[in-house]
Design a binder for this molecule. Structure first.
Ligand SMILES: Cc1cc2nc3c(=O)[nH]c(=O)nc-3n(C[C@H](O)[C@H](O)[C@H](O)COP(=O)(O)OP(=O)(O)OC[C@H]3O[C@@H](n4cnc5c(N)ncnc54)[C@H](O)[C@@H]3O)c2cc1C
Length: 398
């Protein structure tokens, strides 16, 4: 809990608009409202995304349009120092920053090395506001083909063996630096066909660095129907081997891709077939993790109000509030109502803050636009809160 927090009631109101937006200027809120209004028109977003991807690919002036809109809403900027400024702006409100170099790999050794250097540079900056987190995607540091081959346990060429050895050295150094700077390291989850390798490599690090506390966090995507059992298995194994388990819980970002691949290959989908089943598994994973009495450190990456409320309630029922390390996080530009209200109640709350060169940010930005359009209730709800706050400010100033 940080200073200036309110005492916790039995039920948490995580939708207070005044608290959600007090960190932002009215101009910023107007821009956010405009983007949310556009995203609430499904057809506009679908067509806009297609036109944008095409115009960027063909060197047409789509970039300047993106810079003033999606990029400003969902990205901190192009450099780590721009991120740091944003981190400093969030800190007084009890909201931490997780700097996420969100460049999607060019796929050669030079780009893997450059990404590695960039991720390394985020660690001392993340350590300025403790407790801090660094984050990376395994596919930013090696080719997705390597992860797929490793996951399928196919034999590697000599060149691939070398790439794997480089990868192991680099991720070990990232974990070592996080341990040294007393922060934690989140490892993102990706497509299921490369995930077994990501899990194995992450667990090697966890076994090495998590003896005293959870330095390394694996990510579990709860839209996969095998993940609840996997969580239980990991919990037992880590207990037996004597290390803490760090878990970032998400629902999963590759729904369409996973289902498409399964159907084209004639395989059963690894995912639940309904949102309700995913929600149920997600919430069961929260409850199970809290019941492990501190053995599992939880990082809840979600924009879902009910799941956030569930964890908040479970934590508030604990006698010793510091016993269960748990944090909440939302992506920059989305669901500030959760981030800032959770922080106001004294929970550890973070924004995932992507940054990187604008051209390479396009795939990430298009995913955010698509994702926000796909979510039936979230965009209208957030838009309603933004309007409410803007109206209140106008009334106050007149
Ligand atoms: C801080 C943070 C970190 C993240 N890190 C990762 C990561 O490392 N890897 C990753 O894959 N994603 C990551 N995500 C994205 C995440 O997986 C979700 O895509 C996104 O957050 C939306 O889910 P939700 O829980 O926020 O919201 P909700 O709106 O409650 O849930 C939407 C999600 O439900 C699931 N869903 C929807 N329809 C169905 C259906 N018919 N059947 C089954 N499931 C369905 C999908 O996963 C969909 O994304 C991260 C998100 C955040 C906030």
């Amino acid at each position: 809990m940080h200073e200036g927090t309110e005492t916790q009631p039995a039920h948490f109101d995580l939708t207070n608009a005044r608290i959600a937006y007090r960190w932002a200027s009215s101009r910023e809120l107007q821009r956010a409202a405009m983007i949310y209004r556009l995203m609430s028109w499904r057809w506009a977003t679908r067509w806009g995304s297609k036109i944008l991807a095409w115009s960027v690919q063909h060197g047409l002036p789509g970039i300047s349009l993106v810079r003033g809109s999606l990029f400003r809403q969902f990205f901190a900027g192009e450099t780590l120092s721009e991120c740091q400024q944003l981190g400093d702006k969030l800190a007084p409100f009890g909201v931490g920053a997780v700097f996420n170099y969100a460049v999607e790999g060019a796929g050669d050794e030079a780009s893997f090395y450059a990404s590695y250097q960039e991720i390394l540079a985020t660690i001392p900056i993340a350590a300025l506001h403790k407790p801090g987190f660094a984050v990376f995607k395994m596919s930013a540091l090696c080719s997705p083909e390597l992860l797929t081959k490793l996951s399928a346990q196919r034999s590697l060429t000599r060149q691939e063996e070398h790439a794997l050895s480089l990868l192991r050295t680099r991720i070990d150094h990232l974990a070592h630096e996080c341990s040294h700077h007393e922060i934690s390291l989140l490892i993102d989850a990706e497509e299921s066909w490369g995930q077994a390798a990501i899990d194995t490599l992450s667990l090697e690090l966890a076994a090495k660095y998590n003896a005293q506390r959870a330095v390394v966090y694996l990510t579990l995507q709860m839209y996969r129907h095998d993940r609840l059992a996997y969580l239980q298995q990991l919990s037992q194994e880590s207990r037996e081997k004597g290390y803490f388990l760090g878990i970032k819980l998400v629902r999963g970002a590759y729904l369409e891709l996973e289902n498409l691949r399964a159907s084209t290959q004639g395989l059963p989908s690894p995912l639940y077939q309904s949102k309700g089943e995913t929600d149920q598994a997600y919430n069961q994973a929260i409850t199970f993790s809290v019941e492990q009495d501190g053995q599992i450190a939880l990082f809840l990456g979600t924009h879902n109000l009910a799941s956030s409320q569930l964890l908040a309630e479970l934590l508030s029922r604990q006698q010793d509030k510091s016993r269960i390390p748990a944090a909440f996080a939302q992506l920059l530009g989305m669901c500030d109502f959760l981030s800032f209200n959770l922080a106001k109640y004294g929970f550890r709350s973070y924004k995932y803050i992507p940054y990187g060169p604008i051209r390479q940010a396009i795939p990430y930005l298009l995913r955010r636009a698509e994702e926000n359009t796909a979510l039936e209730s979230q965009v209208p709800f957030e838009l309603q809160l933004l309007k409410q706050e803007l109206k209140q400010r106008k009334e106050k100033s007149s």
